[in-house]
Design a protein around this ligand. Structure first.
Ligand SMILES: Cc1cc2nc3c(=O)[nH]c(=O)nc-3n(C[C@H](O)[C@H](O)[C@H](O)COP(=O)(O)OP(=O)(O)OC[C@H]3O[C@@H](n4cnc5c(N)ncnc54)[C@H](O)[C@@H]3O)c2cc1C
Length: 406
């Protein structure tokens, strides 16, 4: 009998969680499992702000996919996904086409620039290992060039972070730790460096407890961050950014580095595929399948799930992507084994959220309790280690874990 073929797209949190659970639950004779990813490594997206600031080497944030998959049960294809032909049950890769019986779409998200002029061309985004490496190198280059040039351009040492959400704040926590090191390395006066956080919304870290937000802002301001809250970025240029000033005017902030960290949308492959979506995110059925596509599951940042309590979408997180991966795998096993039971409904189980403010400080709510300082920083590292454990067990934690917990 022909074995059903499950194709999982993306080896991020959602995709790897699905594959590692499937390889345990299904025998070699029950299904063909295929994993497709553009690199032969997985990266911890939630650690990319550290690699971008240069406080953690980029090799520390990634590991070989081979080290966590069972090659006797899972075929790995290194390729870029370009499109899905849902009516033919085929995935278009840059290397050719593959067919599927069941598809798991877990290609993560992409940066949302809201059509702001020049952002795509002149701002960096913390989106993958290559982008993180480029941001780190660029900031280093600005400091090195400043040290060399006879006519000093102070704006080289200005760093603008667009967005005061989770990613923006975590990056600011790291870069404010890295800048003093850079100043020492390149003999630059620290007072020449400016670090701005520009946010259009009237608040920092929307959805976070106000007391914790106050703590985070005070901590970052002490480390030199200037917040411009309620200030919309209107455009980016090779020289910096333009921000709204009053009704129709704009003001320029000259900056050698602009990092855009203000929005996430789903994968552009979803938009191409014709699967119904909103900003490339699919409002999935309770069992995580795409409406109208009984053989396609969408998980992680490309899925959209509504928090019924506040009638708003859950923010896309690794925590949710991993939990979805587990449910998706169990539902696939039911379908493959022809179980009579109904497919499982996905409900996020939010255990807490911790936002780091550098290696040594953080804020968060864990099991309903507010935490700050070293205690929160310790919790953050435990959360990071847990993600490794869930996918690769204790050996992966030993290889890649964060043990500088005190
Ligand atoms: C700096 C930063 C800090 C964050 N901190 C936290 C945090 O503390 N807690 C939290 O819960 N969440 C955090 N998040 C959000 C979290 O990282 C995402 O929600 C999570 O990574 C989504 O998981 P995913 O499986 O959907 O996608 P990802 O983990 O991003 O994986 C997608 C995979 O698909 C691959 N891929 C993409 N496109 C293609 C293609 N066309 N072809 C082939 N392969 C492709 C990618 O290479 C990648 O391996 C943070 C995000 C950032 C950027």
């Amino acid at each position: 009998m022909r074995k059903p073929k499950i194709v999982v797209l993306g080896a991020g949190y959602g995709g790897l969680m699905t594959v590692t659970r499937l390889q345990k639950a299904l025998g070699q004779d029950e299904a063909n499992i295929v994993l497709v990813n553009k690199n032969d490594y997985h990266y911890e997206t939630t650690w990319l702000h550290e690699a971008s600031a240069g406080t953690l080497h980029h090799d520390r944030v990634r590991y070989d996919i081979d080290s966590v998959i069972n090659r006797s049960k899972v075929e790995f294809i290194r390729a870029e996904v370009e499109d899905i032909k849902t009516d033919e049950k085929k995935v278009v890769l840059n290397t050719g086409e593959i067919d599927y019986d069941y598809l798991v779409f877990a290609l993560g998200g992409e940066s949302e620039t809201f059509g702001i002029e020049g952002l795509k061309e002149h701002a960096f985004t913390i989106s993958n290992v290559n982008a993180a490496r480029q941001i780190r190198e660029h900031i280093d280059y600005q400091f090195a060039t400043y040290a060399m040039e006879t006519e000093k351009k102070d704006e080289r040492l200005t760093i603008v972070v667009g967005g005061a959400g989770f990613t923006g704040i975590e990056f600011l926590g790291e870069i404010t730790n890295r800048v003093p090191e850079l100043c020492r390395e390149y003999d630059i006066d620290y007072s020449k460096v400016r670090i701005y956080c520009v946010e259009a919304a009237p608040m920092v870290l929307p959805g976070f407890d106000p007391e914790l937000v106050k703590y985070a802002v005070a901590h970052l301001e002490k480390k030199g961050v200037e917040f411009k809250i309620g200030t919309a970025i209107k455009g980016a240029t090779p020289e910096g950014i333009k921000v709204a000033k009053g009704e129709d005017e704009t003001e320029e902030i000259k900056a050698g580095t602009v990092v855009w960290a203000a929005g996430v949308r789903g994968s552009s492959v979803i938009e191409k595929s014709g699967i119904e979506n909103m900003r490339a995110r699919v409002k999935v059925n309770p069992d995580l399948r795409a409406p109208g596509h009984d053989n396609i599951f969408v998980i992680g940042d490309s899925s959209l799930i509504i928090n019924e309590e506040i009638n708003r979408p859950y923010p896309p997180t690794a925590q949710i992507a991993m939990q979805q991966g587990e449910v998706c795998a169990r539902n696939l096993v039911k379908l493959i084994k022809g179980s009579e039971d109904a497919l499982e409904t996905f409900t996020p189980d939010i255990k807490g959220t911790v936002c780091s403010l550098g290696d040594d400080d953080a804020i968060g709510v864990v099991f309903g309790k507010k935490v700050t300082g070293t205690k929160a920083s310790f919790m953050k590292k435990m959360v990071d280690n847990r993600a490794l454990y869930m996918i690769g067990g204790p050996s992966l934690v030993l290889k890649k874990g964060k043990f500088n917990v005190l």
